[in-house]
Design a protein around this ligand. Structure first.
Ligand code: PEP
Ligand code: MG
Length: 573
């Protein structure tokens, strides 16, 4: 059977399925005789020591492999193990009620969870997960059951899970994981980012896939098309082996473009940059020949945690990326949350239309405390390389002026404190609302550059929810309405002698690249693995030819006709 989900990390793999379900341990309740109380107390104390040791080692590993921000999850776990009320409650149950240690821990954990559940507070709701996690680990250690849920993954397999949390992935041994398939998740979810950065093929959003596959079933996972095939027949195996061969050969042939610039046959240079979500993706960017970072989605630093990252933590993350790029440009986008990206501890209100609601720059302008902290961290990082700042979701001139006003205040504060930053830092905006594209001429005097965010621009212009499968056929980046807006934005910026880039998914589409080059785009930013293909395309076309293609494409009235025409033109190059 073939199941379709979201193609989150490319590649094709075949192998046995490993179901990662993290079943809870069954704990029996035993009454212990008085003389055995000391033994149970010892069991509890030993397990406590072992659990602390394990957490310290996981934290270290997580900090190294996933970054300090994700490692902090384990600080909350550690806090639980030293909480005097928790410890006292467990000991009381063992001593006074003569209950076995494992049951006493389970009961106390449930009591804490119940208390937290009864209080309507997102922070406490998030802590519930931490308490359950650490309680389970403690119980496993008392009972002598391995606390590492990956321990049964002893041979290479495709991991099938409901979702993978940062704590799950910190255990994950890359050499054993062929691919990842999950019920939940989206292209920009933690698991997707993680899979791409580790270059593990992944298909997410597979719904009830856990009900369809059992441990040891043979599966094919296609992270290019976003498919998983359970117990394939011989014909399917042959088909996918052939696909895998093509994919591998293509990847090898693209290697020669990695370190070449994207210059057309007649000498027009286009900057090819990478989109990233965390510093961990740097190695993939460099391995694929990124000339810079065109979009650093900073919101991932704010996710999977219970409090805002402070200035120092943000500064260290930004600095790591900036230094890793060794003088190449890094466009750091300020916080873009809301829409489909929620941060529970910020208590974003439930909204009828979250994509049209309180998100991105709108939140930042209403919460200058959050915005200023981030701007300060970015400015400080700018002293270590070539940083540019970019505001998301702009729809009015006023928003840019207000954001720039706050930026000026933050610069002044840093100056007063004698803290170094790039005095000449360039500031741009994402053009991702139709309004911004239409008033590009009014916005350009306020900024140094534009970057077109087609993911949102398509959603808003075509009135098509970017995450709704039902209307995905209407989501057409080649729609004439989109191309006209893109042309307007590029033309306006050039009239003012300023560059326009693109960082939406369209930038990594080889056919779109032909039109975009023809329209005069200056920079394309995409997921790292797409860069060699785009460089190859650009190196094989001439600017003059692509201008002709773009001009003709803009005379056509349907998205599908434009796509067909560009496909045909591409075969001539
Ligand atoms: C976009 O909207 O095109 C974009 C790049 O931003 P995001 O996908 O993070 O909304
Ligand atoms: Mg966007």
């Amino acid at each position: 059977m073939i199941y379709r989900g979201i193609a989150a990390s490319e590649g094709i793999v075949m192998g046995k399925a490993y179901l990662y379900t993290k079943e809870k341990v069954q704990i029996d309740k035993n009454t212990i005789p008085a003389e055995k109380i000391t033994i149970e107390m010892e069991k509890f104390n030993d397990a406590l020591t072992l659990t602390k040791k394990q957490l310290l080692s996981i934290r270290k590993k997580a900090s190294h492999e996933l970054g300090e921000d994700k490692a902090r999850v384990f600080d909350a776990h550690m806090m639980m193990l030293t909480d005097p009320v928790f410890l006292e409650d467990v000991k009381e149950l063992i001593k006074k009620e003569r209950i076995n240690a494992a049951y006493a821990v389970g009961k106390t954990v449930n009591k804490f969870v119940d208390i937290f559940s009864s209080i309507e507070d997102d922070y406490l709701q998030a802590r519930k997960v931490d308490i359950n996690d650490v309680g389970e680990r403690l119980v496993r250690n008392i009972l002598g059951i391995a606390a590492d849920p990956w321990q049964d993954l002893t041979e290479k397999a495709v991991v099938v899970a409901h979702d993978l949390t940062p704590s799950d992935t910190s255990f994950l041994d890359k050499s054993q994981v062929l691919g990842i398939a999950t019920c939940a998740g989206s292209k920009t979810s933690h698991t997707a980012i993680m899979a791409r950065s580790l270059e593990i093929p992944a298909v997410l959003g597979l719904g009830d896939i856990l009900d369809k596959v059992k441990n040891g079933y043979y599966v094919i996972l296609d992270g290019i098309e976003g498919e998983i095939i359970i117990n394939p027949d011989d014909e399917q195996v042959r088909l996918y082996l052939a696909k895998l061969k093509d994919y591998t050969e293509n990847k090898i042939s693209l290697q020669k473009f990695v370190n070449l610039p994207a210059v057309t046959l007649d000498g027009k240079k286009v900057e090819v940059n990478a989109n990233i979500g965390t510093p961990r993706e740097l190695s993939t960017v460099i391995a694929n020949g990124g000339e810079g970072i065109g979009l650093y989605r900073t919101e991932f630093l704010y996710m999977d945690r219970t409090t805002l990252p402070d200035e120092e933590e943000q500064f260290l993350s930004y600095k790591e990326v900036v230094e890793g790029l060794k003088g190449k440009p890094v466009i750091i986008r300020t916080l873009d949350i809301g829409g489909d990206k929620n941060i529970p501890y910020l208590h974003l209100p439930e909204e009828m239309n979250p994509f049209l609601g309180w998100r991105a720059i709108r939140i930042c302008l209403d919460r200058p405390d959050i915005f200023k902290t981030q701007l300060k961290a970015i400015l400080r990082a700018s002293a270590f390389g070539k940083v540019r700042i970019m505001y998301p979701m702009i729809s009015t001139v006023d928003e840019v002026s207000k954001a720039n006003q706050i930026l000026a205040e933050v610069k002044q504060e840093l100056f007063n404190d004698g803290i170094d930053y790039d005095k000449d830092i360039k500031v741009g905006i994402m053009v991702e609302t139709p309004a911004a594209a239409m008033i590009a001429d009014l916005l350009i005097p306020e900024v140094d550059f534009f970057s077109i965010g087609t993911n949102d621009l398509c959603q808003y212009t075509l009135a098509v929810d970017r995450v709704n499968e039902k209307v995905s056929h209407l989501y057409q980046p080649f729609h004439p309405g989109i191309l006209r807006l893109i042309k307007n934005v590029i033309d306006v910026s050039h009239k003012h002698g300023k560059p326009t880039g693109m960082c939406g998914e369209m930038a990594g589409d080889p056919l779109a690249a032909i039109i975009l080059v023809g329209l005069g785009i200056d920079e394309l930013s995409m997921s790292p693995s797409a860069m060699p293909t785009i460089k190859k395309i650009i190196r094989n076309i001439s600017y003059e030819q692509s201008k002709i293609v773009a001009r003709h494409a803009l005379t056509l009235s349907k998205g599908e006709d434009i796509l067909k025409y560009v496909k045909e033109s591409a075969t001539d190059f």
